[in-house]
Structures are given as C-alpha cells and as structure tokens.
Design a protein around this ligand. Sequence first.
Ligand SMILES: CC(C)(COP(=O)(O)OP(=O)(O)OC[C@H]1O[C@@H](n2cnc3c(N)ncnc32)[C@H](O)[C@@H]1OP(=O)(O)O)[C@@H](O)C(=O)NCCC(=O)NCCS
Length: 212
Amino acid sequence: MDRAPGRMNATIRGPDSADLASLTGFFAGLSLRTRVQRFFAPITPTSAALRRLSGGAGNADVLIAIQDGAIIGHAMAADRAVPGGDTMTDFGVVVTDAWQGQGVGSALVRALITRAQARGVTSVTMDVLPSNHRVLAMIASHWTAGRTDRSADCVTVRVQLPRHQQERLMQPPASNPAAATEISLTFASRRMPATQNAAPGAGSTTPLTRPS
Ligand SMILES: CC(C)(COP(=O)(O)OP(=O)(O)OC[C@H]1O[C@@H](n2cnc3c(N)ncnc32)[C@H](O)[C@@H]1OP(=O)(O)O)[C@@H](O)C(=O)NCCC(=O)NCCS
C-alpha cells in the first residue's frame, strides 16, 4: 500500500455476513504482538469467537474499517447492564499492523463512543495489558477523566459518558448493528486530523478526547 504522499480513504461501517471471510483473514493476519495486545493471548479467533466479533452475539456493537476493500480495523463495544439501571460497555479495538498510527483506531473509538451514547450507555471500560504502554499513554492523554484499576494482569480504564438524548432517537436498533453508520474517512497524512463525512442519518461523531 502506498501511503506516503497519497491519501487514505477508509470507510467505517458495521459488518455483515459477507464480511466473515475477510474478518477471518484480518485477525489471522495480525502480528503475534498485536493479537496479544488485543486478546491478552496469542489466539486466532475460533469460528464461535468470530461470530461474536462480527456482532452475532446480540449485545455487541461492531464496526470495521475498510481500505481498498480490505478490513484494516475492528472495534467492538459489548454492553452490559449495571445496578441502578445504567448500561456500561466494554471497548476492544484493533488495527492491522501496517495501518497502526494512522488515525484508524481513534476514528473507530470516536464512532463507538457516539453510538454508545446514542444507545444510552453511561460508561465505557477498556481492558489493557499492563505492558501495553503505547495504549496506556494514549488513554492517559485522551481520557483524562478516566478511572484506572490495576491488577497484575490487566489495567481497566473506566470513563463516564455524557448523555446524548437527541442522538439516541436517531440511532438504529442495537440489535441490528449491520445497519450501522457508514462513515467515510479521508486522511491526508499521519498527523492531520481526519475529515469525517457522515452518511445520511449517521449522526455526528464524538472526539476521542475527554468524553466525560
Ligand atoms: C491501539 C490501537 C487500536 C490504536 O489504533 P491506531 O490506529 O494505531 O491509533 P491512532 O493512529 O488512531 O492513534 C490514536 C491516538 O493515540 C496517539 N498515540 C499514538 N501512539 C502513541 C504513543 N506511543 N503514545 C501516546 N499516544 C500515542 C495518537 O497520537 C492518537 O492521538 P490523536 O488522535 O490525538 O492524534 C492500535 O495501535 C492497535 O491495534 N494496537 C494493538 C491492539 C491494542 O492494543 N488494542 C487496545 C486494547 S483493546
């Protein structure tokens, strides 16, 4: 892929059944390090896991980033009810090695946050390996109001989300993630901000920075 002087045009959307083979290839193509950082073990997802990762489990909002017909990023928010009637969601995000550091991960997270707010989710958690210093630094600089719980195996970051009543009304049902927002992203270079053109009905996106 020639990215140096050129532009990157990626699309973010929910996966459908036709994407299963590409998702299989995407996860199989991740480096060992990236797989360990995402799944906490050097696994290649089984077919059951792939169904979950493609949104088949029902309680997960899944997005994929596509560039030149290939999946280059995957993001998933798994919702669960918490006492008091609130809903929290757990984010898992991974970008294929060749595209890391190009803004894909933050675009996926922004889209996940917007959609979680629209579902009425009140907080986000993300589990990170203690050795994943890059992501911990990234979270520390962006999610300044986050709360961190540390154990020997895992750092869990929790962030409160503000409520977005209006977006909640516009959001497609959570049970139909494939009918998801489609967002086109254009990146001119690594450090330039992404230009996001939301498709009709897509709603706005929320910056990764300081969601609370
Ligand atoms: C974590 C991951 C999803 C991020 O995606 P990415 O596309 O590489 O990251 P981005 O290019 O969008 O960078 C995200 C932000 O982190 C910042 N960042 C990047 N590298 C950084 C570093 N070493 N230290 C601090 N911040 C860093 C970027 O500047 C960017 O901030 P900005 O939006 O203000 O520019 C990706 O690197 C990945 O797949 N890693 C392996 C799996 C993993 O660790 N997942 C997280 C646990 S579930």
